[in-house]
Design a protein around this ligand. Structure first.
Ligand SMILES: Cc1cc2nc3c(=O)[nH]c(=O)nc-3n(C[C@H](O)[C@H](O)[C@H](O)COP(=O)(O)OP(=O)(O)OC[C@H]3O[C@@H](n4cnc5c(N)ncnc54)[C@H](O)[C@@H]3O)c2cc1C
Length: 413
């Protein structure tokens, strides 16, 4: 493992840092950070996020790994990590472009025609248009290829009917990436096609889902005879699964293990300030043991992350350790939030920012992390992947293999 920047990486870091210093303010260490699932999408926040994205795009700092021809700077994976590390030290609007830039853009660059790239990439990169991902359905999440929303060809258009769910940001997005079933007679994965849909099309109805913390980050989206021009199709009819895999690979990479909220340092500080039975909490051996446990686990995760960075820095592919970040990081963050709330004593039972200590960061984190342990692959699905692809254990039985999708009994796919 190598913890230091190479001379080239140090030079790149200095260049990134200089631009950020000239264009943004350093973060306030007392700022609780980004609101995990709450009010991060008011019209003012969206405008501020778009203005910051445009500023980066104009200076060549948006999507730096993308080709220069499409507004990027052909940067390497390690340069992208360095840019992310530096940008995270500055006060910037919430990143509402994660799906568009992290997933839709790379999919368009891989599978789009030149015309499609010229049409959609510039407005994606500059933040002018915001994108969402219309994949999951009520009966197709982990088993995405079991989806039932259909598209039937009608001349130069496709007519879409069905329902999507958990669509993050659908209520303020302009475009969406959509996977639908175009051939129910083909096997499960072979009957799918992939489209880009204008979210303002007639027949699209977006209904909000209110979350446990009162935020409304995602939605149900209903399609009733929605017409999509064939020119909005990515790749061939029936090749939708391959395109979706490109999106999903990028999704896992962009979700990662980290996230907003408190860390072990904040817990330590709190244990020094808080009292249990008239003594500072840090004097309790149970509190010290718990903090030591959380510290050890977060350091383990951090150093495992460095192994991935070292591989990227050397231009090699990261090993299986990169599959562990989201799995281990999610559970760890949940334990930290739970312990933070416990340390707050009775006040921990509230979730009103006006009276909850630390602006309610532990409560926000506690309510948000279960969602992060589901999005982009649930813990169980990640364990299956590690079991089958990393450890080489026998695969799960798949009862729907090799038969036409229309003959798969409901509940067996
Ligand atoms: C915060 C958040 C944002 C999201 N944003 C989007 C979005 O923008 N667009 C979008 O399309 N989707 C989005 N999703 C949906 C997400 O992709 C799905 O929730 C996820 O794929 C899981 O699917 P599901 O909810 O249908 O659960 P299910 O797949 O029904 O799983 C239910 C339970 O069964 C377990 N399980 C399922 N299959 C297996 C198996 N083979 N082996 C063992 N256990 C299994 C799961 O681990 C889980 O515990 C979002 C979800 C969250 C939480």
């Amino acid at each position: 493992m190598d913890f230091n920047d190479t001379p080239e990486e140090a030079a790149f870091r200095a260049e990134a840092r200089a631009w950020l210093e000239a264009n943004a303010r350093l973060k306030d260490p007392d700022d609780p950070g980004e609101d995990l699932l709450g009010e991060r999408t008011s019209p003012e926040t969206i405008r501020a996020a778009q203005a910051w994205q445009k500023k980066k795009a104009d200076a060549g700092w948006a999507c730096i790994t993308w080709p220069k021809a499409y507004g990027g700077r052909d940067a390497s994976a390690i340069q992208s990590v360095i840019w992310g590390q530096e940008e995270s030290k500055f006060q910037t609007p919430p990143n509402i472009f994660g799906i568009g830039l992290g997933m839709c853009g790379p999919t368009l660059l891989t599978h789009g025609t030149d015309t499609q790239k010229e049409r959609w990439i510039p407005q994606l990169l500059s933040g002018e248009k915001i994108w969402c991902q219309l994949f999951s359905e009520p009966a197709a999440g982990s088993d995405l290829a079991g989806l039932r929303t259909s598209a039937v060809r009608d001349g130069g258009e496709w007519v879409v009917n069905g329902q999507k769910i958990w669509t993050t940001g659908a209520h303020f997005c302009d475009w969406g990436i959509l996977v639908v079933r175009t051939d129910p007679n083909a096997t499960k994965h072979a009957g799918l096609s992939y489209f880009v849909v204008d979210m303002h099309s007639p027949g699209i109805e977006v209904r909000p889902i209110v979350q446990i913390n009162g935020g409304r980050g995602f939605n149900e989206v209903f399609f009733t005879n929605v017409r999509i021009p064939d020119e909005n199709r990515l790749s061939e009819v029936g090749n939708g699964w391959a395109v979706a895999i490109t999106t999903l690979m990028n999704e896992r990479a962009s979700i990662g293990g980290g996230g907003a909220g408190g860390g072990v340092g904040d817990l330590l500080e709190m244990a020094e300030k808080t009292e249990i039975d008239g003594r500072p909490a840090i004097e309790s051996s149970a509190v010290r043991e718990k903090i030591a446990d959380l510290y050890t686990r977060s350091r383990g995760l951090q150093y495992t992350g460095y192994r991935t960075l070292t591989a990227l820095s050397r231009g090699t592919t990261p090993g299986p350790e990169s599959s562990l970040g989201k799995l281990v990081g999610g559970a760890l963050a949940q334990d930290m939030a739970s312990f933070g709330i416990e340390l707050e004593g009775l006040a921990g039972a509230t979730h009103d920012r006006a009276i909850t200590p630390d602006d309610g960061i532990w409560q926000d984190m506690y309510l948000a992390i279960p969602g992060l342990r589901i999005a982009g692959g649930t813990d169980e699905v990640l364990r299956n992947i590690i079991a089958e692809r990393v450890l080489g254990l026998p695969p799960e039985t798949r009862a729907d293999k090799g038969i036409p999708f229309k003959d798969v009994p409901t509940g067996a796919h």
